[in-house]
Design a protein around this ligand. Structure first.
Ligand code: SAM
Length: 193
């Protein structure tokens, strides 16, 4: 059977059905998806790892991409693989990732095998101190991700839009993410290879 690519309206409708969360993502006039995720009261990090994904984040992303078969968690930390199964990449050997590698080169990672990447880099030098790493050059990570197959998506959670090449990636969605008082606002940028 021919594989039919899901359009963004299908993804959003599926997300609402699957999660039961209110409809807060919209296809804008220019075809891009815009919206906001309000994480509500359930913003705790299940693993309690510093900077870990808030509860519900992975379920939301997974619901947007029911068609994806091979997921790669980049800057994986202690990601909850029960909520979103996949392979992992981290610099820290104590976390026992699938690939112990620098996200800025990804030399050990067979990127052609993956159709969805979730990236959660440290946002600042202060954050890096918690992990014992130096600040990531986001443009180098995006350059390394050029090895993904055409049609793959990258879901990048950050406080800035990483620099990327427009002949390699298209920004398809920009979703603001709000936790609660005194938490930083973040943005989920979704790129298509
Ligand atoms: C914000 S945390 C990710 C947390 C994860 N989303 C979770 O739910 O547990 C960032 C992770 O990036 C890793 N890291 C930092 N610099 C890296 C690099 N250059 N390459 C790969 N991993 C790196 C750190 O070890 C840390 O585990």
């Amino acid at each position: 059977m021919a594989h039919v690519a899901l359009g963004w309206q299908d993804r959003i409708d599926g997300y609402v059905r699957q999660t039961g969360f209110p409809r807060s993502l919209f296809v804008a006039g220019d075809g891009r998806v815009v919206g906001t995720w309000i994480m509500g009261n359930d913003y705790r990090v299940k693993s309690s790892y510093y900077g870990g994904y808030p509860a519900g984040y992975l379920r939301r992303v997974r619901a947007l991409f029911p068609d994806k078969r091979r997921v790669l968690h980049l800057f994986s930390g202690k990601v909850d693989l029960a909520a979103c199964p996949g392979d992992t990449v981290d610099f820290n050997p104590a976390l026992n990732p699938t690939y112990l590698d620098d996200a800025q080169s990804l030399a050990a990672v067979p990127l052609h095998r993956y159709d969805l990447v979730l990236a959660d880099p440290p946002y600042s030098v202060e954050d890096c101190e918690h992990y014992g790493t130096s600040m990531v050059k986001r443009n180098r990570v995006m350059r390394a991700l050029a090895g993904l197959p055409a049609g793959a998506h990258v879901v990048w959670l950050d406080q800035v839009l990483p620099m990327y090449r427009k002949d390699t990636f298209t920004v398809e969605a920009v979703i603001g993410m709000v936790k609660s008082t005194n938490h930083r606002f973040r943005v989920v940028t979704i790129f298509r290879r």
